[in-house]
Design a protein around this ligand. Structure first.
Ligand SMILES: [Ca+2]
Length: 370
């Protein structure tokens, strides 16, 4: 009679161990042996990730929290001073001059009387790291929509100090072609939210000057290619037609006039999937892999992956690795992760960090496995 009781207690103890104490797992891939560690758990649908200079991580949770996670996995209470969103927090990024100005950028969904919109702002992280001070908006998507979908949104700072902010079409596809809206657009601003004088539409009447490119469905992946400094963007297709684009100023990326996929409700989108007056994707997937965040790998921990583009697969539950030659994709590997992956980012230690999209979401870390 004693034995079952002991077993029950043992099971309870195991279940209550901190997630960070879970044993690491080995993962064999085509070009690298990986050890996957669970750095932290208990994060509710983590979405964005940024690395502080001291090795700690800023992480957003979709329901509207920003936390700090230490390198050894201690999760802080929510940081005070952040806005109170209606729906969700999205990305987080550090200012390129963070060491001097301590500015942290946050994108989220704002609720206005007329509906919902993707917005971005910035505030100063206090010395303790537990307060975002003087938070102010630098971008507010116009107009709003009542539809709670396709919000984007990622940040990317360019080497010349500009800030890209991605948006989605808010599930109003025609808005992506309407240059009087910020929906289905890639936005380029100065870090303080003012519009750079060399944006493509600054002199065209009736066009929002912050627009860099248009005809996008829902961009949740942005990354600057090392060496070239060029921005790459990843967007969700409808049914099929997930895309990688290299957005050029003023160009039209086609949604919803053309697509490599079809509408969610089964309506066909006219073929051919591109036209001479539109700019085609450089790579696309049908069926969809449904990826969100992405990053170029530039660390030394996985030399065979240097310069590769890594994508966080949601429905595909995978880390997707693309090999490139310039702006051409030359190969693809899907690394099964057995969880929806929301984001992948490279730490200051050159290791890779992944966020799982779960109620009890985790931060995973890839280390070389020999
Ligand atoms: Ca397209």
């Amino acid at each position: 009679m004693i034995r079952p009781v002991v077993l029950a207690i043992a099971a309870l103890v195991v279940a209550s161990l901190p997630v960070a104490g879970q044993p690491a797992q080995r993962l064999g891939t085509e070009k690298a042996e990986i050890i996957v560690e669970t750095v932290a758990g208990g994060l509710e649908h983590p979405w964005g990730l940024a690395f502080l200079p001291d090795g700690r991580m800023l992480v957003t949770e979709k329901p509207g929290r920003l936390r700090i996670v230490s390198a050894d996995g201690k999760v802080s209470p929510p940081i005070a001073g952040t806005p109170q969103p209606h729906v969700q927090f999205l990305d987080v990024a550090l200012d390129p001059d963070f060491s001097e100005n301590q500015l942290v950028y946050l994108s989220y969904v704002e609720s206005r009387e007329s509906g919902l919109a993707t917005v971005a702002g910035r505030g100063r992280l206090s010395t303790t790291g537990m307060m975002l001070e003087g938070f102010e908006l630098i971008f507010r998507q116009q107009p709003t929509s009542p539809i709670e979908d396709h919000f984007g949104s990622r940040f990317a700072f360019t080497p010349d100090g500009k800030l890209f902010i991605s948006t989605g079409d808010r599930d109003e596809p025609d808005s992506a072609q309407d240059l009087s809206t910020d929906m289905g657009k890639l936005i380029r601003v100065n870090p303080d939210g003012t519009v750079p004088a060399d944006n493509p539409f600054v002199h065209r009447a009736g066009v929002r000057p912050e627009i860099w490119s248009y005809g996008h469905r829902n961009i949740e992946g942005l990354a600057i290619q090392p060496g070239t400094g060029v921005l790459w963007a990843g967007e969700f297709g409808p049914t099929g037609g997930d895309e990688i684009n290299v957005p050029k100023p003023g160009c039209n990326y086609g949604w919803p006039l053309v697509s490599w996929g079809d509408h969610k409700d089964g309506r066909a989108i006219p073929r051919p999937p591109t036209r001479p007056d539109l700019t085609d994707a450089i790579y696309h997937w049908t069926p969809s892999v449904s990826f969100s965040g992405m990053t170029f790998y530039t660390g030394s921990a996985f030399p065979a992956w240097y310069g590769n583009l890594l994508l966080a697969g949601l429905a595909s539950q995978a880390l997707i690795r693309l090999t490139l030659a310039g702006a051409r994709v030359t190969g693809e590997e899907r690394i099964a992760m057995d969880a929806r992956i929301r984001h992948v980012a490279q730490g200051r230690d050159g290791l890779l960090y992944l966020l799982t999209d779960e109620d009890q979401g985790r931060i995973l870390r890839f280390k070389p496995g020999g």
